[in-house]
Design a protein around this ligand. Sequence first.
Ligand SMILES: Nc1ncnc2c1ncn2[C@@H]1O[C@H](COP(=O)(O)OP(=O)(O)OP(=O)(O)O)[C@@H](O)[C@H]1O
Ligand SMILES: O=P(O)(O)OC[C@H]1O[C@H](OP(=O)(O)OP(=O)(O)O)[C@H](O)[C@@H]1O
Length: 297
Amino acid sequence: MDLVNHLEDRLLFAIPKKGRLYNKCVEILNGSDIKFHRSQRLDIALSTSLPIALIFLPAADIPMFVGEGKCDLGITGLDQVREADIDVDLPIDLQFGSCKLQVQVPANGPYTDPKQLVGKTIVSSFTNLASKYFADLEGVPESQMTTKVRYVGGSVEASCALGVADAIVDLVESGETMRAAGLTDIATVLDTSAHLIQSKNPKSDGELIETIKSRIEGVMTAQRYVFCTYNAPRTNLQQLLQVTPGRKAPTIQDIADEGWVAVSAMIERNKKGSIMDELKKNGATDILVFEISNCRV
Ligand SMILES: Nc1ncnc2c1ncn2[C@@H]1O[C@H](COP(=O)(O)OP(=O)(O)OP(=O)(O)O)[C@@H](O)[C@H]1O
Ligand SMILES: O=P(O)(O)OC[C@H]1O[C@H](OP(=O)(O)OP(=O)(O)O)[C@H](O)[C@@H]1O
């Protein structure tokens, strides 16, 4: 009870309690300097660095808690927000937990187009999204659709082989699970990834919410970019600057050699190999790339 008494005056931030999104969420909280200690079996942790209480909840329940304003902020998959059909703001796409909600059918079966499934039985953990999808396909309200949508809580991919479904609607990331179950996709219902979600009527101080968002954006930028420096001969400077234009503009500094300058700029992490190749080709020397541990841009 003591812990609960400390929740007043704190921003409640809902985090998936386990599962695929958990580790990345903890990485983002650490990167944002939202320090906390989560005791075993406890689903509430008070931050020691900001007036925040982290509430660890099932990913599927987070849209409801944020939508009803019980928590001001949360992290969960867009799929969970759409399935819950709850009106929340989606201020940051966190770009992890990316996968697709797809219509999957037996690879050696008769179905190649979702329209062929009208009137058949679909099994899914996402019954609301699946029902909406098939009602749209039939062009009728859900109450009048002939396609049957049944719920199972997990191992959805087994439903066709077990004879309970003609097709399934389930999340696909690498595609390995569906391949192993002899299934293939014929349509995508939704592309999803983890999002920061925000209540439409937050109770907390707007400044604290903005601080958290800005810190999370800083972590995302730090993950996306690395910091590159090199020495550039003045003769080739213009070509080199085109290779490293920076986020806003590159920094150029004189060095103790008149024919050269030092250049530094943020570059995209996933392009760093080709950027370094290009710099070298254009005469740059002493090319160094550093991790950015955090930033505000
Ligand atoms: N391959 C994947 N399969 C399922 N969900 C994924 C996948 N990749 C990313 N996700 C995202 O992770 C969210 C939560 O999935 P997960 O299955 O881990 O949650 P959970 O059901 O609460 O955990 P658990 O299955 O351990 O009980 C999904 O709603 C989706 O947004
Ligand atoms: O495309 P893949 O990378 O193979 O991932 C997709 C699988 O992962 C999820 O299941 P999960 O492992 O969460 O177990 P579940 O069946 O109990 O939901 C999802 O429901 C698929 O079965």
